[in-house]
Ligand binder design. Structure first.
Ligand code: NAD
Length: 402
């Protein structure tokens, strides 16, 4: 392609998952990366979904190349989600893939790349409470975007106003919005719904979130039938069957009194908890809206939600199975993700090369596979012995990189 690169070649591929419009790096990142000896290659069209042209990347100093050239020459491949399955055979020993690769949800994919000698680095594993890791926290930045969009989706489906409006044609009462799960996405949803003028309530199983909810001007709902389920690292633990039933029954009364319900509840490594049951949906008035941010193939927070679809129940409740909302705000989401990824890349780079060192707390969280092995304990614990030690009679291995 007629370009000269001396440093580490870091390449941005075009995302291929359905509906994925984000891009791993935006042009402004390039000036921050080049002083560290990082040369950026961008697959032609990679920024299209976020309105970023090849020319914008080239003007910022990137080389615009084909996918084939990336897989042949890049040292590091940057992605938002997983690289396309068809690209896996192209990946080679000593290359690194950095993205939100969800290795806990699909440890086999990490093992497959490890067996090819590919270093796997996933932003999902970042130790989020570590203050020096915060600029790299893509889970937070993308949850923020998603929480904001969830409110706009809910408002779009709702047949009335969110704010109190007093006009010559009559007075509209403000919408009552309930946010279930008040982590990063939930707090952003509360703030956004408040800015639109709704009367907002929030609920979480972690009692510490009460202060955050009330500081945003929302009411915190406390349940009498179920106590705290604060787990490790600021996350929630999974509820017992009895706790779950008590929570669902008590929440039903609250849900029925709201116009719009947004659910964001997640428990790491588990299927999302069911918070809005069929009975709760029946208790809602016609025209009410439920946005299920937990909707996934594993099931969601809401009975009857279908990932990627909007369904209307027999009693006139609209249920939105909101999947990957961050991808639907591609410019803001890509800008934030690009910042997170650049910060991580600079942290990992020494003298123009990746310096993998899992004694560093950040690296211990994000480095999933290196030197032909799955090195991340949490991911390794989910694998079969043959996947962990593929060189010992497992599927095709190229052997460890140096
Ligand atoms: P998450 O996406 O894992 O879950 C979303 C919310 O769902 C959480 O608040 C969780 O408590 C809640 N939830 C789970 N099960 C529930 C149930 N049965 N009923 C009601 N609510 C339920 O969480 P997240 O948004 O990634 O944030 C998790 C925690 O990490 C929060 O405490 C957040 O403040 C913290 N955090 C800290 C930092 C930091 O220190 N820099 C950064 C990011 C997140």
């Amino acid at each position: 392609m007629g370009y000269e690169v001396a440093g580490m070649k870091v390449a941005v591929i075009k995302e291929t998952s359905p509906g994925e419009r984000r891009v791993a790096l935006v042009p402004e990142a390039i000036a921050r990366l080049s002083p560290a000896g990082i040369d950026v290659l961008v697959q032609s069209g990679a920024g299209d979904g976020a309105w970023l042209s090849d020319a914008a990347y080239a003007d910022a100093g990137a080389s615009i190349v084909s996918a084939a050239e990336i897989y042949r020459t890049a040292d590091v491949i940057l992605t938002v989600t997983r690289p396309p399955t068809t690209a896996v055979p192209e990946l080679r020993q000593g290359q690194a893939v950095v993205g939100m690769l969800a290795p806990l949800a699909d440890p086999g994919f990490a093992a497959e790349l490890a067996a090819r000698g590919v270093t796997v680095i996933s932003l999902d594993g970042l130790p989020r409470t570590l203050s020096r890791a915060q600029p790299m926290d893509a889970l937070t930045s993308q949850s923020n975007v998603a929480g904001y969009k969830a409110v706009l989706v809910g408002a779009g489906e709702f047949g009335r106003f969110f704010p109190l409006l007093i006009t010559a044609a009559g007075t509209a009462r403000p919408a009552k919005v309930l946010v279930l799960g008040t982590g990063v996405a939930g707090l952003q949803a509360i703030g956004t719904a408040r800015r639109l003028g709704a009367v907002v309530s929030g609920y979480d199983i972690r009692p510490t979130s009460k202060e955050e909810v009330t500081s945003l001007g929302a009411t915190f709902i406390e349940l009498t039938s179920v106590g705290s389920a604060a787990g490790e690292g600021g996350y929630a633990r999974e509820l017992t069957a009895d706790e779950r039933q008590a929570q669902q029954e008590e929440l039903t009364g609250h849900i029925g009194r709201h116009d719009v319900v947004i659910t964001t509840a997640q428990v790491p490594g588990r299927r999302p908890p069911l918070l809005v049951t069929e009975d709760a949906i029946k208790a809602m008035a016609p025209g009410s809206v439920v946005v299920d941010m937990g909707a996934s193939a594993l099931g969601g927070n809401v009975a009857g939600s279908v990932p990627g679809e909007t369904v209307i129940t027999g009693n006139g409740v609209t249920i939105v199975g909101a999947e990957n909302l961050a991808a639907t705000v591609p410019v803001a989401a890509s800008n934030a993700y690009s910042r997170n990824l650049s910060a991580l890349l600079l942290h990992l780079t020494r003298d123009g090369a990746l310096a993998i060192d899992t004694s560093d707390e950040i690296q211990a969280g994000v480095v999933i596979a290196h030197d032909g092995r799955v090195v991340h304990e949490g991911v390794a614990s989910l694998l079969e012995p043959a996947q962990l030690h593929p060189g010992e009679g497992g599927p095709g291995v190229d052997g460890p990189s140096d």
